[in-house]
Design a protein around this ligand. Structure first.
Ligand code: GLY
Length: 340
């Protein structure tokens, strides 16, 4: 399947095709050099596939795995590497990895010489269904997530679902959390499908395609997150707070799962909780409530005049953009605090 994201001169295709990682030589004919950025946790075979498509034009940069390396020092290392290899605007950068690699490589691409072409080859389900498209780039700074970054669209996103065979099941579940987020806010039919699925390869293929279509539609309407795109933060404000201050070392998608339960109500809360349990994701967590609230209150993107921007869901397939007092948020947080 191929779909196009229409953003004027920044339009691009998203290709979803088995084995597409081994079949991308055509992308590179117009470039002099190709920088492949990956991390130490991504199986080498994937960056090797891209490098063999780019042949002797390619150079490899391997960053250490982990969110803690999503920082400005890594950006400077990539830019230094590009400078040492005489990269110019006639060259391009490819990210091969998950959300961290994509955000970092795209950020470096957007600032080096005021922008060199960027290609994304996501290798996690989470990056396939959400972060690899839409053009958000960024790093964490001074303990604030994604506070430095740019909007910079890729020239193409290439999704090869066969790479998921090497992804651990916990990471698959995290990707499903982000897909369920889009279903809960926009697409009741996808939600019902996910709520009954056994998440085999065929179903995951359908979930990827539908999520990519939803993300495309949202980004086309609101590239710079002024309104509708804010809905993609459903579960993320509380999720980030738990991720930063929680006690259990939960992954990002797991924290978002708990955040979605907190920010939903009524029938939707029941359905979301049931679907998350079916996937095998947590619906509550153990955390220091004061610490989580403090983290959220310091989140400059979520807070204005002491009120917190929030996305809530009362009916599956529909979202509300609202603002909450810290007291209301605290109440919602209490509802997902594990009681032992
Ligand atoms: N991952 C949320 C967004 O791209 O807006």
């Amino acid at each position: 399947m191929k779909t196009r994201v229409y953003l004027g001169e920044n339009s691009y295709d998203i290709l979803i095709e088995n084995d597409s990682l081994s079949d991308c030589s055509d992308l590179f004919t117009k470039y002099g050099r190709v920088l492949v950025v990956t991390d130490s946790g991504v199986p080498e075979e994937y960056s090797k596939k891209i490098m063999s498509c780019a042949k002797d034009k390619s150079v490899l940069f391997v960053m250490p795995e982990g969110e803690e390396n999503k920082n400005i020092e890594t950006i400077m290392s990539i830019c230094k590497f590009m400078l040492e290899h005489n990269f110019s605007r006639k060259d391009c950068v490819c990210a091969v990895g998950g959300g961290v690699v994509g955000d970092v490589a795209a950020f470096a691409s957007s600032i080096y010489m005021r922008g060199v072409d960027f290609y994304n080859f996501p290798t996690t389900l989470l990056s396939m269904v959400d972060s690899s498209s839409g053009g958000k780039t960024g790093v964490d700074f001074e303990n604030v997530k994604n506070i430095l970054g740019t909007f910079y669209q890729p020239k193409r996103v290439t999704i090869d679902p066969t790479v998921l065979k090497t992804l651990d099941k916990r990471q698959i579940r995290c990707g499903l959390a982000e897909a369920l987020k889009m279903a809960a806010t926009f697409d009741e039919a996808l939600f019902d499908f996910m709520a009954k699925s056994d998440y085999d390869d065929n179903d995951i293929g359908i979930i990827i395609e539908r999520s990519v279509e939803l993300k495309k539609t949202i980004v086309e309407q609101d590239e710079k997150e002024q309104n509708i795109r804010k809905s993609l933060n459903f579960g993320h404000t509380i999720g980030h707070g738990i991720e930063e201050s929680g006690k259990e070392g939960l992954y990002h998608g797991e924290c978002v799962a708990v955040g979605m339960v907190a920010m939903s109500s009524g029938d939707a809360k029941e359905k979301i909780t049931k679907a998350l349990k079916r996937i095998g994701l947590p619906t509550d967590a153990s955390f220091d409530q004061r610490k989580v609230l403090k983290t959220i209150a310091h989140d400059k993107k979520a807070t204005a005049n002491g009120r917190i921007s929030a996305v809530t869901v009362e009916t599956i397939g529909k979202y509300n953009l609202t603002e909450m007092s810290i007291e209301e948020l605290s109440e919602r947080l209490s509802s997902v605090k594990r009681s032992r």
